[in-house]
Design a protein around this ligand. Structure first.
Ligand SMILES: Cc1cc2nc3c(=O)[nH]c(=O)nc-3n(C[C@H](O)[C@H](O)[C@H](O)COP(=O)(O)OP(=O)(O)OC[C@H]3O[C@@H](n4cnc5c(N)ncnc54)[C@H](O)[C@@H]3O)c2cc1C
Length: 387
């Protein structure tokens, strides 16, 4: 029998948990290192599109992750006067699939799946160095050697900083406060309550996202230098001035603990070196205008495990094959995500008419659909992403 192959995975976010589980399910012996004392979900809710859902199906975790999730029927964009300027039907036959899930539920599901697959999860275990020959140095002083080392340590990856691999890192100069409030019939008219709605006003956006039967995920998006907009707890009066029609919703956000994060865009010259690979936001962070950073991270992590599952070629070659297979789709999604950020640079009237009727609209819609319909290479028999 060939010796069991080993992997050290650094970072227990969506990318690290997915890669660790998928590798363990393929017979690898996997250790997952998380520097925090516990694995925490960052943010409130999350949009999981077809690629992320197909990944969960391939991992055998779809049913658990989807339990209690919200299934919207449309993705709407509203202008500064609360008029619908774009509407994308979802989750119907032949349409894109997307669920919204509370992040802590998604992360807990992935942790449970990782444990069941036999992943050894080590919290409070920070990696300080990793090398292309498969060596990992931990802050504790311990070193480990593995057939593959996966750096899934987020957009500010310490491991990546050891190497000159950043091709482009763009400052988006926007960010969002994410928070959760109890759902209420007062926030939006009855007909809209099950939809996902993105409201624009000036350079600000509000994202209305039911994420379970009882929880509403709210994202308040603004320029980094819009000080009142990035204040925590939120400056309710300032937000209501921009969105008077959302007074009840914004009032409910007053005093709620939230988290402000700025947006990132990152590409690398290469995703791997020898036995060391970068994945998730550490390799391909994108601003969240498409809600696809996590889906891409999970999809690509599954593809990586699939590529490594083939024992017929050396690890470095399999990692290069994985990058070759995944990179075009991920970079397509990153580019469109980046472009959608420019909608905030337009005056209200120009943005409304652009979204309502311009030639760009089919391209935006088509691009969202393509990103949503992306199928992870490792999803195998779960390749159907619309139903
Ligand atoms: C406002 C906002 C909204 C978003 N909305 C969506 C959405 O709706 N849908 C979607 O798909 N995506 C969304 N995203 C993007 C998504 O959250 C990220 O792409 C995804 O979480 C990245 O996962 P990751 O595992 O690569 O990185 P991370 O989630 O950053 O995980 C990295 C982990 O590594 C750990 N770590 C770091 N350094 C070390 C070390 N040296 N040793 C050990 N552990 C370490 C960290 O503690 C962390 O747990 C959004 C992002 C933002 C900012």
């Amino acid at each position: 029998m060939p010796p069991t192959r080993t992997a050290e995975v650094i970072g227990a976010g969506l990318a690290g948990l997915t890669a660790a589980t998928a590798l363990a399910q393929r017979g690898w012996s996997v250790r997952l290192h998380e520097r925090e004392s516990e694995i925490r979900a960052i943010g409130a809710g999350i949009y999981v599109w077809g690629n992320g859902l197909a990944t969960l199906e391939a991992l055998g975790m779809y049913e658990e992750a989807a339990a209690g999730a919200h299934v919207g029927t449309a993705l709407e964009t509203r202008d500064h006067r609360d008029r619908t300027v774009e509407e994308l039907p979802i989750n119907g036959p032949g349409q894109a699939r997307v669920l919204t899930i509370m992040r802590d539920h998604l992360i807990d599901t992935l942790i449970g799946g990782a444990r069941r697959a036999g992943v050894e999860i080590r919290t409070g275990s920070e990696a300080v160095e990793a090398t292309p020959d498969g060596r990992v140095l931990l802050r504790s002083g311990e070193t480990a050697r593995a057939d593959a080392v996966l750096a899934a340590d987020g957009v500010n990856s310490r491991i990546r900083r050891q190497y000159d691999v950043v091709a482009r890192r763009a400052a988006i100069k926007q960010g969002a406060t994410r928070l959760t409030v109890p759902r209420s019939a007062e926030f939006v008219p009855a007909a809209d309550q099950g939809n996902y709605i993105e409201y624009f006003s000036g350079r600000r956006r509000v994202l209305y996202t039911p994420s379970s039967e009882t929880n509403l995920y709210v994202a308040l998006v603004a320029d980094e230098d819009d000080r009142p907009a990035s204040r925590i707890p939120i400056d309710t009066a300032s937000w209501i001035r921009s969105f008077p029609h959302l007074e009840a919703l914004l009032g409910a956000c007053a005093g709620v603990a939230g988290r402000w994060d700025t947006f990132q865009f990152l590409t690398l010259t290469r995703w791997s070196m020898g036995r060391l690979a970068f994945l998730g936001d550490a390799a391909h962070a994108q601003p969240p205008y498409l809600g696809q950073g996590g889906g891409c991270a999970m999809m690509s992590a599954l593809g990586l495990a699939d590529a490594l599952g083939d024992p017929s070629a050396p690890v470095d070659q399999r990692l290069r094959d994985w990058e070759y297979a995944e990179r075009p789709t991920i970079e397509h999604t990153q580019r469109w995500s980046y472009r959608l950020g420019h909608l905030n640079n337009l005056p209200d009237a120009a943005r409304s008419s652009l979204l309502r009727g311009s030639r760009l609209l089919p391209r935006l819609g088509a691009s969202r659909m393509r990103a949503a319909l992306t199928v992870p290479t490792g999803a195998g028999r779960f390749a159907g992403t619309s139903r």
